[in-house]
Design a binder for this molecule. Structure first.
Ligand code: ATP
Length: 428
């Protein structure tokens, strides 16, 4: 019996044991599979629990959710389910299956099968290992495709020649695993992959699925991800104008680190948007029309598209107009030009301009000191100073804000003096 499951904490081991028992109660068998086993072998301490049931997977998922007091989401069409608890414990459960690809690039048809079928339908040998969860042989290691030896020698090996054509997202998965572990794509598999790429396989898969894989790849490897995509000829298939941009991408990493420190780690800009900013750098040469084509192809949401769209014409217009202004632009001018632009796009623009450029310096000043600045006084205090009700209140607050941005109103007492002077000037 292997001792691989000893690598898990007691809670995870307990629930895997229960999965095994629940499967038997329903007349089936349970196995820990795929990336979970790969990660256990790699002594990763953050192992996701991915369980396959020979038999009634949806029933076992239901039993598990009930006993855990967790919530259950089932996708009957794919025979997959996710069980989660309030404290973040999660188990993915699926019925063992075979997959049939009627047309390349389309989602496969699912036919219930056994463990052997289920492992054979997977992407790479390193993801085809399993561990039995049955009472009788709890912990037994199952490795029909020699995944362990590929894991040990650092090799990404596809399961069959049509693998990449059947599911072109495997091209992006292969590159992700290859970059993540610094593994080599096995020669034959690389040949199959290149044939599929040059045969136009990525054109058969929906933009949404490409987008999901790009997000994973760029999040995991902001430099090597796009670099490998270019080398393999995939980047121009996503869009012909996309290029790996070494210097801007290096600059982007520096700026992201700077911004995370400057915002004390509370910035929501960089983490979820990081991969879109990488895409923004690769889109350096794209026109507005081409950017919108890419947005539509990848089906980016309104929020997701902003780093890409705003780092085009809106950024160029704003940054150029500030540089064109005579002398050093006032802080209030910088704030006015940049406030309507997505902050991720500003970091992209600054990276493309060069992190030592005047444009990048303006972005740093804006993000660090200017954005979100408001006057010290509020509407109520203005009323107390004698400002009449109406739009004038908003106008004076804006004037105070501009004065503060430009260093002319360092505190509330100066703001009060300014208000009194303006009121007298306008005989209000
Ligand atoms: P990660 O470590 O990034 O989470 P993973 O492989 O562990 O990757 P998933 O992407 O959730 O996690 O996939 C779980 C398992 O499902 C994989 O290990 C693999 O066996 C199988 N799988 C996922 N995507 C595919 C695919 N496109 N084709 C075939 N098998 C796949």
């Amino acid at each position: 019996m292997s001792r691989l499951l000893d690598g898990l904490d007691a809670e995870k081991r307990h629930w895997l044991h229960r999965c095994g028992q629940m499967a038997v109660t329903r007349g089936g068998r349970a196995f820990l599979v795929g990336g979970s086993v790969r990660d256990l072998l790699l002594s990763n301490d953050q192992v996701d629990l991915d369980v396959v049931i020979e038999g009634d997977g949806m029933g076992v998922a239901q039993d598990l959710a009930r006993e855990l007091g967790g919530s259950l989401i089932r996708h009957h069409a794919f025979q997959t389910a996710v069980v989660t608890t309030a404290n973040g414990f999660r188990v993915d459960v699926a019925t063992a299956r075979r997959e049939e690809y009627k047309r390349p690039g389309q989602l496969p048809q699912i036919v219930p099968g056994d463990l052997e079928n289920d492992l054979a339908r997977r992407d790479f040998t390193i993801n085809t290992m399993a561990i039995s969860l049955s009472e009788s042989d709890f912990g037994a290691f199952i490795d029909p495709h020699d995944g362990r030896s590929d894991l040990e020698t650092g090799c990404i090996r596809a399961m069959h020649p049509r693998s990449f054509a059947d599911d072109p997202t495997r091209v992006l998965r292969a590159l992700r695993f290859s970059v993540r572990y610094s593994y080599k794509i096995e020669d034959k598999s690389e040949e199959w992959m290149n044939e599929a790429i040059t045969g136009g396989c990525l054109g058969t898969v929906s933009g949404e699925r490409v987008c999901k894989e790009l997000r994973l790849l760029f999040t995991e490897s902001p430099m090597q991800g796009p670099s490998r995509l270019e080398v393999e000829g995939v980047l121009p298939i996503v869009h012909p104008g996309l290029r790996f941009q070494r210097k801007p991408l290096q600059g982007l990493q520096d700026l992201i680190e700077w911004w995370e420190v400057a915002s004390s780690g509370v910035s929501l800009v960089t983490k979820p948007k990081g991969w879109l900013m990488v895409l923004g750098c690769c889109a350096k040469r794209l026109s507005s029309t081409e950017r919108w084509d890419l947005v539509r192809h990848l089906k980016l949401s309104r929020e997701e598209r902003r780093p890409l769209i705003d780092s085009g014409a809106p950024w160029k217009r704003a940054a150029d107009s500030l540089l064109d202004s005579p002398g050093q632009p006032l802080n209030s001018m910088v704030e006015r030009e940049f406030r309507g632009i997505d902050q991720g796009a500003l970091l992209v623009g600054a990276s493309i301009a060069g992190i030592d450029s005047a444009k990048a310096e303006m972005v740093r000043i804006y993000l660090d000191e200017l954005h979100g600045v408001t006057a010290e006084l509020d509407g109520l205090e203005l009323r107390e100073l004698g400002v009449p009700q109406g739009p004038i209140v908003g106008e004076i607050l804006e004037r105070l804000r501009v004065s503060k941005l430009d260093g002319k109103a360092p505190n509330a007492s100066v703001e009060r003096k300014l208000v009194k002077a303006w009121l007298a000037e306008n005989q209000l």
